[in-house]
Design a protein around this ligand. Structure first.
Ligand code: FES
Length: 608
């Protein structure tokens, strides 16, 4: 059901946004890139985010009473992080007291550097017979005076008395939100790190971020250690169904992979693990379940329900990850069984749900996740694309590693782009496959129905000697021992047909056509490498001008980094499942009908 949106206007900027009822004035401001001051991460304890409600209303909350004077409350001042809107509202925002640092991340997005992890240096008064407050009270009072709330942790309490005294009560408190993560001797504010993880089914990428500067200090990636249990999520889930031991195997495999990456990151960046306080993890729903040791079986069966969708903030030691022993892991929310936290991160990185432009974002892989929308309305779905794009089930298919043909141009001869440079080609990866098929279409060697020409049919064609037959099946020879077969073309037709149909269903539900689209964004570890023109020629994406088809890179990783560096972005991510409508394709008659109609390739004239 679509909730009625409310209009919130911010003065003196005269900026307006439309948000679902119950959104805070603080979050709504961030959706339109309006920074409201804060040091407490929107927890209602710093009092810096106050705004004056000019029209509409906002209930007075307990935090308002604590932070604001009665006269201010009467004049309509409220803490914007606590004030939820339930009617159209106009507020006035005071001048920013400080200009937060910002960094460009994601797809040209400006991110305020406002991490959830904060370091606060305090000089506490030493205890005396006149002042017998406990160590915790002493620390809490000092933090409260700075506008921070604090929940203590047993691990920190164990070390607190000794550290305070050794450091003569001059310490740095480390907070993750309001959780006290550590108390360190002296002023350590310069050393604050976090890590963003993109937990892919195939590849895992970790980026160590400096939370002070917003810069990436080191990046490492490796294959997911669960690979021996199957290449895709369904085979991993099937393995987990064998019992608790099998689930443990899966969990331990991914923990080992992540801890291996962490060890490499510490070494590469010269950072002590005790200075790494928080990690943000994104991945598909199955990967998050398996990492946390949660049964993922229901994800693979009708009606496809994950055990949890909400974001989790968990002690890193419970997840078995080697960061600061009292550090935390934050997962981003998932939208459904097949639209995971990686896609939520992608929506953050592209700003798709916050801008006026109408865009479709496609993460191409075994599953094609598709998000269509703008600030007005956002729809998403997952289309089963099969393994073609990952290079498996393709006669000479391979992963995008050294020796893989990743780009193809056909003129009167064959030009190949091979990963690793000047080495003999060993096979074709997904982007090479899409390129080959598109180029064969342009060269007139593949008809719109997907049928490859034979040498006899086009004897005069400059590439006719490349047309071969292997075991009675037609093929096109790209290099010695590497060819594309007629069956490969069929596999690709199914994959692209499924994604194209998913896009079409979403456009139909929204009531828009290709002409209404401002941009098509190709993301994910595979989509980013696709040649936009080829994607259009094979009909994977709607027929828009090719300069409006953009490769947007690893949006999952970018969104994770943004959520690590900015609690506001994280807050936006938390709200996305409420804002994005999921459209289930299975069982839809329009999916089956259009699927058949988009199996063919578009006529070339229709693309001009
Ligand atoms: S009180 Fe700190 S952000 Fe609202």
């Amino acid at each position: 059901m679509i909730q009625k949106k409310l209009e919130v206007r911010y003065q003196p900027f005269d900026k307006t946004t439309r948000v679902p009822p119950g959104t805070t004035l603080f979050s709504a401001a961030h959706w339109i890139g309006l920074p409201i001051d804060s040091t407490c991460g929107g927890r209602g304890t710093c009092g810096k985010c106050k705004v004056q409600v000019l029209e509409g209303g906002a209930e007075i909350t307990t935090a308002d009473r604590k932070q604001l004077r009665p006269g201010e409350l009467e004049a309509g001042w409220r803490l914007s992080c606590q004030a939820k809107v339930y009617e159209d509202t106009t507020v006035s925002v005071p001048e920013l007291l400080r200009v937060p640092k910002a960094a460009t991340m994601g797809v040209n997005r400006l991110v305020l550097l406002d991490p959830n992890v904060r370091k606060v240096y305090v000089e506490l008064t030493e205890p005396s017979l006149e002042d017998q407050r406990s160590d915790v009270e002493r620390l809490r009072d000092a933090l409260t005076a700075e506008g921070f709330d604090m929940k203590s942790d047993l691990r920190v309490l164990r070390t607190l008395p000794a550290i305070l005294r050794a450091a003569e009560f001059k310490v740095t408190a480390v907070l993750g939100g309001d959780q006290l993560i550590a108390v360190e001797p002296d002023d350590t504010r310069e050393q604050s790190y976090g890590v963003a993880f993109d937990l892919g089914t195939t590849t895992v990428v970790g980026t160590l971020m400096n939370l002070r500067t917003g810069m990436a200090e080191a990046v490492r990636s490796t294959l997911n250690g669960q690979a021996p249990f199957g290449a895709d999520v369904i085979s991993r889930i099937s393995h987990g169904m064998q019992g608790d031991e099998a689930k443990d195997e899966l969990r331990e495999a991914i923990q080992r992979t992540m801890n291996g990456i962490l060890a490499e990151l510490y070494e590469a960046a010269g950072v002590d693990r005790n200075r790494l306080y928080e990690m943000v993890i994104v991945g598909n729903a199955t990967m998050l379940h398996l990492l946390l040791g949660i049964d993922a079986t229901p994800i693979s069966m009708m009606p496809f329900t994950p055990a949890f969708r909400e974001p989790l903030y968990l002690p890193a030691r419970d997840v078995g990850l080697d960061i600061h022993p009292a550090g935390y892991v934050q997962t981003l929310p998932v939208i459904g069984a097949y639209v995971g936290a990686d896609i939520v991160a992608g929506v953050i990185a592209t700003g798709l749900a916050r801008e006026d432009k109408l865009r479709v974002f496609v993460d191409v892989g075994t599953n094609g996740e598709i998000v269509l929308g703008s600030v007005k309305r956002v729809l998403c779905t997952a289309a089963p694309a099969g393994p073609a794009f990952e290079g498996s089930q393709i006669r000479c298919g391979m992963r995008a590693t050294d020796g893989a043909i990743e780009g193809v141009t056909l003129t009167d001869h064959v030009e190949l782009q091979v990963i690793g440079g000047d080495i003999p080609p060993k096979g074709i990866c997904g982007s090479g496959l899409v390129d080959t098929v598109a180029q064969l279409r342009l060269a007139g060697l593949l008809d719109a129905g997907g049928k490859m020409r034979s040498r006899e049919e086009v004897p005069e064609h400059p590439l006719s000697d490349r047309l071969i037959t292997v075991d009675g099946v037609r093929g096109f020879l790209l290099a010695e021992n590497v060819y594309l077969s007629q069956r490969d073309v069929r596999e690709l037709q199914f994959g692209k047909g499924s994604i194209a149909t998913g896009i079409k269903v979403l456009m139909d539900v929204m009531g828009v056509t290709a002409a209404d689209l401002d941009e098509v964004l190709l993301g994910g570890s595979f989509g980013s490498y696709l040649n936009p023109e080829s994607a259009k020629i094979i009909g994977l994406v709607p027929p828009v001008d090719v300069d409006r088809i953009l490769s947007v890179g690893n949006t999952a990783g970018e969104g994770a980094k943004m959520s690590l560096l900015s609690f506001r972005e994280r807050q936006v991510a938390f709200e996305l499942p409420e804002k994005i409508e999921y459209v289930e394709l299975s069982g839809r008659s329009d999916f089956n009908d259009s699927f058949v109609s988009v199996l063919a390739f578009p006529e070339l004239e229709s693309l001009r």
